[in-house]
Design a protein around this ligand. Structure first.
Ligand SMILES: C[S@@+](CC[C@H](N)C(=O)[O-])C[C@H]1O[C@@H](n2cnc3c(N)ncnc32)[C@H](O)[C@@H]1O
Length: 288
C-alpha cells in the first residue's frame, strides 16, 4: 500500500516572506522548519548564494526532512531546539543574519505521527518532540508531580479554572498512561469548564516540552543574532505565546522596532481554506 504523505499548509506564507524582506544572497534562520513550507518559500526568493539555517527539534521529523531536502545546497538543517539559537549560529559561523522566523507550536506531523499529541487517538501519553533528548513524558508529569504542582501546571499552562479539583482527581486516579484514560477523567469536568480536553492537552504539552521557557530563551537570543536592520517574524497560536512575544517586544524597544502596532492576521479566505490559521498572529520587528 502506498504511504500517505503528511501535509502541512504553511500559514501566512506571503506575509512572512514580505515581512522578512527575503531577497538576494542573504542569510535567514527558520527556527521551526516543520515540513519546510515556509523555508521553501524563502528559498524561492533567495539568490544562489543565499542560505537558510533551519532548526527542527522533532527527531523523527528531522530525519524525514533531512532526506527530503538533501539536494538543497542552500539549506543547513539541524536537529536542535531554537532555545540554542546563539550556540548553533556560532558553531555554524552563520552570520550576518538578515531575518529570523519562528512559526510556533506543533504541525501536522506531530498531530498525525507522534504519540500522545492528539486526543483523538488512544495511545501512550508521551508528547515529547525529541525522545532522544527529553526524558520526561507527559504521563510522567501527571504521575510524578504532587497535587500543588499539578494545579500550577493546569493554571499556568492551561488557564484552567478547575485546576485544583482536577489536580486532586488526577492524583486519585493515578497511574495514568494513555490519552483516552486522561480523557475519561476529564469527562467529569466538561460541564464545569469549556474546552477542558484541549486546555489540559495544551498544558501538558507546554509543560513536557518547556515550550514557553524555550520561547523566552529564544527571543532573548534573537537580539544578539540579528544584524542591524535584520527582521524577526514570530507566528503565535495561543494567548500564552502571544503574551510572551508582546512583553518581549515592549521590553526591548531599545533594540527592536515593532513593525506593526497590531499583529498581522490571516485573511478570511486563508482561514476558510485552513482552519488551523484562525488562531495565528504574526508579529514583526526590526533590529535597530
Ligand atoms: C507550526 S510547525 C512549523 C511548520 C513550518 N513552518 C512549515 O511551513 O512546514 C512548528 C514546528 O516547530 C517544531 N518545534 C517545536 N518546538 C521547537 C523547538 N524548541 N526548536 C525547534 N523546533 C521546534 C515542531 O516540531 C514543528 O515541526
Amino acid at each position: 500500500m502506498e504511504k500517505k504523505e503528511i501535509e502541512h499548509i504553511s500559514i501566512l506564507k506571503k506575509e512572512v516572506v514580505e515581512g522578512l524582506r527575503v531577497a538576494g544572497n542573504k542569510k535567514f534562520i527558520d527556527c521551526t522548519f516543520g515540513l519546510g513550507g515556509h523555508a521553501k518559500e524563502i528559498l524561492k526568493k533567495l539568490g544562489e548564494k543565499g542560505m537558510i539555517l533551519a532548526f527542527e527539534y522533532d527527531n523523527e521529523l528531522f530525519k524525514l526532512v533531512k532526506k527530503k531536502f538533501s539536494r538543497e545546497k542552500r539549506l543547513i538543517l539541524v536537529n536542535e531546539s531554537f532555545s540554542n539559537l546563539l550556540r548553533v549560529v556560532r558553531e555554524k559561523k552563520f552570520f550576518p543574519v538578515s531575518g529570523i522566523l519562528a512559526d510556533l507550536g506543533i504541525g501536522n506531523f506531530q498531530i498525525e505521527k507522534k504519540k500522545g499529541f492528539s486526543f483523538r487517538r488512544n495511545e501512550e501519553l508521551d508528547m515529547r518532540y525529541n525522545p532522544e533528548k527529553q526524558k520526561e513524558r507527559a504521563k510522567d508529569v501527571l504521575n510524578t508531580r504532587n497535587e500543588k504542582e499539578l494545579e500550577q501546571i493546569f493554571k499556568k499552562y492551561g488557564q484552567i479554572k478547575v485546576a485544583k479539583d482536577l489536580a486532586r482527581k488526577i492524583i486519585e486516579k493515578r497511574p495514568i498512561k494513555t490519552t483516552f484514560q486522561l480523557k475519561e477523567i476529564l469527562f467529569d469536568f466538561q460541564n464545569k469548564e469549556k474546552k477542558i480536553v484541549r486546555k489540559v492537552f495544551l498544558a501538558l504539552r507546554l509543560a513536557t516540552n518547556r515550550e514557553l521557557e524555550n520561547l523566552k530563551d529564544f527571543l532573548e537570543q534573537t537580539i544578539l543574532v540579528l544584524e542591524k536592520g535584520g527582521r524577526l517574524a514570530v507566528i503565535t497560536y495561543h494567548s500564552l505565546e502571544e503574551r510572551i512575544v508582546k512583553h518581549f517586544l515592549r521590553q526591548k524597544r531599545k533594540f527592536l522596532k515593532i513593525l506593526s502596532k497590531k499583529p498581522i492576521l490571516p485573511s478570511f479566505s486563508e482561514v476558510q481554506k485552513n482552519k488551523k490559521a484562525r488562531s495565528a498572529k504574526l508579529f514583526l520587528a526590526e533590529r535597530k
